[in-house]
Design a protein around this ligand. Structure first.
Ligand code: GTB
Length: 217
C-alpha cells in the first residue's frame, strides 16, 4: 500500500528541506518506497481533520491503511521495520542505532533548538546579544562531544541507518551550521549524508513543492 505523508503547503524555509517531512522522504527514498504527499496549510494543520492524525497540529504525518503516525522518529522506525537497509539486522546494533536517534532528537537537539529560539524569537530583545555566547557554547560543547565520538567513522554506528538521517537532518539546521563548521569531521559527515542519491531525490521532491506553490487563500 502506498503511504501518504504530510508536508507544508508553503514551507517557511522556501524549499531548503529543513522541515521534518525531509527526513521521512529521505527514508522512503532510501528504500525505494513510493509515497504520496498531502500538502497542508498552517490553517489546515490546526483543523479537526489534521488534528485527528496529529494531535499537535504539525507535519509530518504518515498514513498507510489503518495506521496513522506522527513524530518523524517513530515514522522512520516504522519504515525501517518494513524494509531492509535502514536498521542493522543484529538486535544489539539496532538498539544502538535507536539510541543514536534519541541522541539526535533529544541530547544533541536541545541546545540547538534553544539557540534557534534565541535567534528567531529574541532577535529584538536587549538581552539577546548577552545570551548568545552562552547558547553558542552549549551547542559547541555537544557538537564537540559528538565529533569526538564520530572520529573518522563514516556513520554514527557501523552502517548508515535512520539514526544518520535524524542526525544529519539536525546538523543541517541553520542554527547548527555555523558551529558545525568548527568540526571538520561533522562537516564531512553532513556532506556524506547530503551526497546520498536518496537525500538528493528527497530534497528535489520537497523543493518542487516550494517551486510550484500556489498557496491557499
Ligand atoms: N518532533 C516532531 C517530529 O519530529 O515529527 C516535530 C514536528 C515539527 O516540529 N513540525 C513542524 C511543524 O509542523 C515542522 S518541522 N510546525 C508547525 C506548527 O507547529 O504549527 C520544524 C521546522 C519548521 C520550519 C522550518 N523552516 O522553515 O526552516 C524548519 C523546521
Amino acid at each position: 500500500m502506498t503511504p501518504t505523508i504530510t508536508a507544508f503547503e508553503t514551507s517557511p524555509d522556501r524549499g531548503k528541506g529543513f522541515a521534518r517531512d525531509m527526513q521521512v522522504r529521505w527514508a522512503l527514498e532510501e528504500v525505494g518506497q513510493p509515497y504520496e504527499v498531502r500538502l497542508v496549510s498552517f490553517k489546515a494543520m490546526k483543523e479537526p481533520a489534521h488534528l485527528a492524525v496529529h494531535p499537535f497540529g504539525q507535519i509530518p504525518t504518515y498514513e498507510e491503511g489503518d495506521l496513522a503516525l506522527f513524530e518523524s522518529g517513530a515514522i522512520l522506525i516504522h519504515i525501517a521495520g518494513q524494509h531492509a537497509g535502514l536498521l542493522p539486522d543484529d538486535p544489539d546494533a539496532t538498539a544502538r542505532a535507536i539510541m543514536w536517534m534519541f541522541a539526535a532528537s533529544d541530547t544533541v537537539k536541545a541546545s540547538i533548538i534553544e539557540r534557534e529560539g534565541a535567534l528567531l524569537v529574541e532577535r529584538d530583545k536587549p538581552w539577546q546579544a548577552e545570551r548568545m555566547p552562552m547558547l553558542d557554547e552549549r551547542v559547541r560543547k555537544r557538537l564537540g562531544e559528538l565529533s569526538n565520538r564520530l572520529g573518522d567513522a563514516e556513520w554514527l554506528d557501523g552502517d548508515f541507518s535512520i539514526a544518520d538521517i535524524m542526525m544529519v537532518g539536525l546538523l543541517r539546521r541553520p542554527a547548527a551550521t555555523p558551529l558545525v563548521a568548527e568540526f571538520p569531521n561533522l562537516v564531512a559527515y553532513v556532506e556524506r549524508g547530503k551526497a546520498r542519491p536518496a537525500f538528493q531525490r528527497a530534497f528535489d521532491a520537497q523543493f518542487a513543492v516550494f517551486a510550484n506553490a500556489t498557496p491557499s487563500p
